[in-house]
Design a protein around this ligand. Structure first.
Ligand code: SAM
Length: 263
């Protein structure tokens, strides 16, 4: 067993770059031909040479160790020499629902949430959410996806979280599976995320959990009442009022810790 672990460490530690690629890049017969933007990074930024190894990720949790065979201005090619499942992906699948925030704050939530282990982001249109973001066009979606890819590469993840199009909170609340809604005005007997996860008997293996955080202006009483009607668990993040972006990250960390994913 030591030998296997050692081999895995060697393969991953020797690679100087980790890149998510379209699965088609890895499925092509024969040599792997790197997409131009990654080829540029390998050749001109990382200055790798033939024989060096990189890791290519197909986004499903699989990682491919690729030994470079050609590093030229015309293109970079390599051979797949190993394939591993990335061991860092959370087994629990967390969807972070966040009332629409100002652009820079939502970018920050995507980056930090990806690092911690969010599996999907669901921007919610709420009574007090920041207007103008409802129509998240292709350019914004592409930008959000790029932020998630870079954060996932940096965090050694095997998957890139999905970023769903903005939808009204009422529609999201009608969705399946447990949802925990963070509310800062729950009063002294509110349940913590840990208490709720323990009470519903969740373990890492089968957790499909949604965590909902309001926008900067908070969720209205009516939105909280609707959430309760739809079976949501209302939770507290403690006695202090957190900014929405802080609350989002704290909630994800508390949930993953309660599920035993953070060691
Ligand atoms: N009422 C807040 C205020 O007075 O500033 C506005 C909402 S707070 C800035 C943004 C969101 O973070 C809330 O909608 C809630 O989801 C979450 N939040 C912040 N602090 C929280 C706490 N102590 N417990 C539960 N949720 C909290």
């Amino acid at each position: 067993v030591t030998g296997v672990i050692w081999r895995e460490e060697i393969a991953f530690s020797m690679s100087a770059g980790r890149f998510f690629v379209d699965p088609a890049v890895l499925a092509a017969p024969g040599e792997v031909i790197l997409p131009s933007e990654i080829a540029h990074q390998v050749r001109a930024v990382l200055r790798l040479r033939p024989g060096d190894q990189i890791i290519l990720l197909d986004g499903s949790g699989a990682a491919f160790v690729v030994a470079l065979t050609a590093v030229e201005r015309e293109g970079v090619r390599g051979q797949i020499v190993d394939r591993q499942m990335v061991a860092t992906e959370p087994r629990a699948r967390l969807t972070l629902v966040v009332g629409l925030l100002k652009a820079a704050k939502f970018d920050w939530v995507i980056q930090k949430g990806t690092e911690i282990g969010v599996s999907a982001f669901a921007p919610a249109i709420t009574a007090r959410s920041v207007s103008g973001l409802e129509e998240a066009g292709p350019a914004k979606q592409r930008r959000w996806h790029t932020i998630a890819v870079e954060a996932a590469e940096q965090a050694n993840r095997g998957c890139v979280p999905a970023i769903l199009p903005p939808r009204p909170l009422s529609e999201i609340l009608a969705g399946d599976g447990p949802i925990l809604v963070a509310y800062e005005s729950t009063g002294p007997h509110a349940l913590s995320i840990d208490a709720v996860i323990r009470s519903i008997g969740y373990t890492q293996e089968k957790a499909e959990l949604r965590l909902a955080i309001g926008p900067e202006g908070g969720l209205t009483r009516e939105e909280i009442a609707l959430a309760r009607e739809r079976g949501a668990q209302i939770v507290t993040l403690g006695p202090r009022i957190l900014r929405a972006e802080t609350a989002a990250i704290v909630a994800v960390a508390l949930a993953l810790a309660a599920l035993g994913d953070l060691g």
